[in-house]
Design a protein around this ligand. Structure first.
Ligand SMILES: *Cc1c(COP(=O)(O)O)cnc(C)c1O
Length: 357
């Protein structure tokens, strides 16, 4: 089936809920746009995709995703440009990554037709929900879960794939205070850390809360074997600037391959900054901080694009980093990436997927 041949039937709302949206005061993750895509997998095939009014789903208490965790998701954003076109950022990369997660969790791959056409039709229907305001976006949540009502442990034979969305305001996150995690692990070699699997998030909540109780916004994960090397920061990839070089741990089975991470590294190389993808030892950060060469630290992810890190705690010491305003590389990359995403700068890597209404 080609993209042109598949037109997903839509059951539209009789009355939009858009009047409930206060564009100047968007609360994250609470108000959902009018429609959702729903498609079920059974008899070894995805069947009858539909667009329905956003709403609750009923399910059996035995639904296997709830017990054994076959559940994966993606997160992406749509923006509006000056002409009112909807711009998606690298949606095919989210599609591919969803299927990488699916493979790891023993779930079926979604087809490109259903993913991309579902997304496009949904955005055309819910175009009014993409905020035109600078910094705001429509956050899109594609996800898949196992739907067998069977309590034995085995891969489900039935699944549901859904896409829904919600408007989000500008990310005015304060600079983060983070702490290097000495005990808990998010992910180990051979595990599922590279998949966007629901359970990875569930298992990270307790360590994150413990760090919050100590006064830090989030933690920096270290490797499962020795707690010696930096992995990620909370649910973001993490990067450092040491002595003018942009440095980040390489992707592996333990580190999620962030699309923002790849975009930031690509852009940095385009702009001529030295980039190193290599292991970053905790000791290296401590030494660089002592020597005054730890210039910048930040997380990368769809929610914030670049989330500046002000303080890194390790071994009873708060390492304070230089002021955010003076961070040449990350501020430059954040501005450039934002311009590409919103159609205000040339897009040499064809990252933007444009939907003209
Ligand atoms: C989603 C995610 C990221 C960031 O990925 P993006 O594609 O940049 O949004 C990083 N780490 C983890 C663990 C994630 O789940």
């Amino acid at each position: 089936m080609s993209i042109d041949m598949l037109t997903i039937p839509a059951q539209c709302v009789t009355e939009s809920r858009i009047s409930q949206l206060d564009i100047n005061n968007i609360e994250f993750g609470k108000l959902f746009s009018d429609h959702m895509l729903v498609v079920d997998y059974k008899d070894e095939a995805w069947q009858n995709p539909e667009i329905l009014p956003y709403g609750n789903i009923t399910m059996s208490p035995a639904t296997s995703a709830l017990h054994y965790g076959q559940a994966i998701f993606e997160g992406m954003k749509a923006y509006k440009d000056a002409n009112g076109d909807i711009l998606l950022f690298r949606p095919l990369d989210n599609f591919r990554r969803l299927n990488i997660s699916a493979e790891r969790m023993c779930m079926p791959a979604i087809t490109e037709d259903i993913f991309m056409q579902g997304l496009e039709q949904l955005l055309r229907l819910d175009a009014a929900w993409v905020p035109p305001t600078a910094g705001c976006a429509l956050y899109i949540r594609p996800f898949m879960f196992a739907t067998d009502d069977f309590i034995g442990v085995r891969p489900s034979s039935k699944y549901r794939f859904t896409i829904f969305s919600c408007p989000v305001g500008a990310y005015y996150g304060q600079p983060l205070k983070v702490a290097i995690e000495p005990n808990f692990v998010r992910s180990a070699e051979g595990g599922a850390g590279y998949a966007k699997a629901a359970g990875n998030y569930g298992a990270a909540l307790l360590p994150a809360r413990k760090m919050q109780e100590k006064g830090y916004h989030q933690l920096i994960w270290t490797d499962a074997k020795e707690h010696k090397y930096i992995e990620e920061s909370g649910t973001m990839n993490v990067m450092f600037v040491i002595d003018g070089k942009l440095i980040t741990p390489p992707v592996s089975t333990t580190i999620l391959k962030g699309i923002t991470r790849d975009s930031v590294l690509t852009l940095a190389r385009d702009l001529g900054y030295p980039v190193e993808e290599r292991k970053v030892a905790v000791d290296e950060l401590v030494e660089a901080h002592k020597a005054g060469t730890l210039q910048e630290a930040f997380g990368t992810g769809t929610a914030a694009t670049i989330a500046q890190i002000a303080t890194i705690h390790y071994d009873n010491t708060d390492m304070e980093l230089p002021a955010i305003e003076g961070r040449k590389i990350s501020n430059h990359l954040a501005t450039e990436l934002d311009k590409i995403k919103t159609g205000q700068a040339p897009d040499p890597h064809n990252w933007v997927y444009r939907i003209s209404l």
